[in-house]
Design a protein around this ligand. Structure first.
Ligand SMILES: Cc1ncc(COP(=O)(O)O)c(C=O)c1O
Length: 396
């Protein structure tokens, strides 16, 4: 079976030529040049680990913080590097002082690991997880905001809000949601796991109490590079998951952020140090930089969704205005195919094993439905989605 061609830009990635890779959403994909840069840093690190950690990395780290804070327009004093968005969400939720009866809002499209963390902290404190079921299909961004507001009570303390949802790839009106909730004194923990590089982020303008997100997805940095941003008034309260040396060093509120979070134990710090390289390198692959990349990926995702839906004939789960580089389509019928989120859906396995197509299929128990989620990145081509559609026609 002849596989479809990728786009011309795919030569800058190391993707396996024997697969149709339609899953940028899960872990991103790092271009060869960025990996080479990381390798150079690792070699330098191992040539004198002490010098690298004590001296060389300090300058690179400060540059990475400055460069990345500019990209998401964040106050750099509150910007922390974490290995992934899951750690970011855990750091915040596990630092909160919750009281009996406090409520935390979670959408029924939330990433399960983050949802589990909310459950963990509410269960241990006697607080309550309040699940907000979003409409199906979603008619408009305003409908989403209104639905969330309908679940607010005087006990609501915090809401976990995605920029783009995980199982369903929906770009939420997070700016509007943050503004509405925070105007009612409800803090937002913005889960921007699909954030930098897929939607424009302006944290100084938005001012969420907390925001976390990945660079290793849509900025294509090496795995293990993510951020956490804590708004100034919240900085005294948030502690890292690993308490380390900085905890016993005196400092102001802002200094404590650097002291406590910049060293949480020995680990490979090169993924974070590669952030400026990725922003510059991937951004240079098209003339219009990141704005054009986001627009390109969005247009491709919109076309891809239409191609797949022509075969599956299920309704669009949200309007086109809520699509960015990811898009999910519902599979026909009701029910899920797996018992746990850790088990791969059999359709995913079939598409991969029989046809070499790497595309996620989520059995989503909270909707009693299955979603196939396609991603669109610079290396993808329309041909690949048509290929998937042909296979789906055969298998359904
Ligand atoms: C909405 C959302 N939150 C959190 C995560 C977790 O990201 P990570 O595995 O990098 O922690 C993901 C991953 O896909 C996600 O989609």
């Amino acid at each position: 079976m002849e596989l479809p061609n990728r786009s011309k830009l795919s030569k800058y990635w190391n993707l396996n030529p024997e697969t149709v890779f339609l899953n940028h959403g899960s872990f991103g994909a790092c271009p060869s040049s960025v990996l080479e840069y990381q390798n150079k840093l690792r070699i330098e690190l191992e040539s004198d680990p002490v010098h690298f950690f004590d001296i060389t990395s300090k300058k690179l780290w400060a540059e990475a913080i400055k460069n990345f804070s500019k990209f998401i327009n964040a106050d750099k004093e509150g910007l922390i590097f974490v290995p992934n968005a899951t750690s970011g969400v855990n750091t915040i939720l596990r630092s909160l002082d919750l009281n009996l009866g406090d409520e935390i809002l979670v959408l029924d499209h939330a990433y399960q690991a983050c949802w589990n963390t909310v459950d963990f902290v509410t269960e241990r404190s006697g607080a309550k997880t309040v699940i907000v079921p979003l409409p199906y299909p979603i008619e408009s961004p305003e409908e989403v905001t209104q639905t969330i507001l309908n679940y607010v009570t005087e006990k609501t303390k915090l809401a976990l809000i995605d920029t783009v949802t995980s199982p369903t790839g929906i770009r939420l009106p997070f700016e509007q949601i943050v503004n509405e909730l925070q105007s009612k004194d409800i803090d937002v923990l913005l889960d921007a796991a699909h954030g930098p590089g897929i939607v424009p982020l302006d944290l100084q303008k938005l001012k969420p109490a907390y925001a976390t997100g990945n660079a290793h997805k849509w900025l294509c940095t090496p795995k293990g590079s993510a951020f956490l941003h804590v708004r100034e008034d919240k900085r005294g309260q948030i502690r890292p998951l690993s308490i380390s040396h900085g905890a016993s060093v005196d400092g102001t509120k802002n200094e404590r952020i650097r002291l406590e979070f910049d060293w949480t134990g020995t680990q490979d710090i090169t993924p974070w140090l590669c952030i400026p390289k990725s922003i510059k390198y991937v951004g240079s692959l098209v003339d219009g930089g990141w704005e054009e990349i986001m627009e390109h990926n969005r247009n491709l995702a919109l076309e891809a969704r239409n191609i797949i839906l022509e075969v599956l004939k299920t309704p669009k789960i949200c309007p086109d205005s809520m699509i960015v580089g990811l898009s999910a389509v519902a599979l026909p019928g009701e029910g899920v195919a797996t018992k746990s989120v850790l088990e791969p859906d059999p359709l995913h396995t079939l598409l991969f094993e029989k046809y070499n197509i790497q595309v996620p299929v989520f059995s989503w128990p909270h909707h009693n439905r299955r979603y196939l989620r396609i991603a669109s990145y610079l290396y993808n081509s329309l041909e690949e989605y048509s290929f998937l559609a042909e296979i789906l026609k055969k298998e359904f």
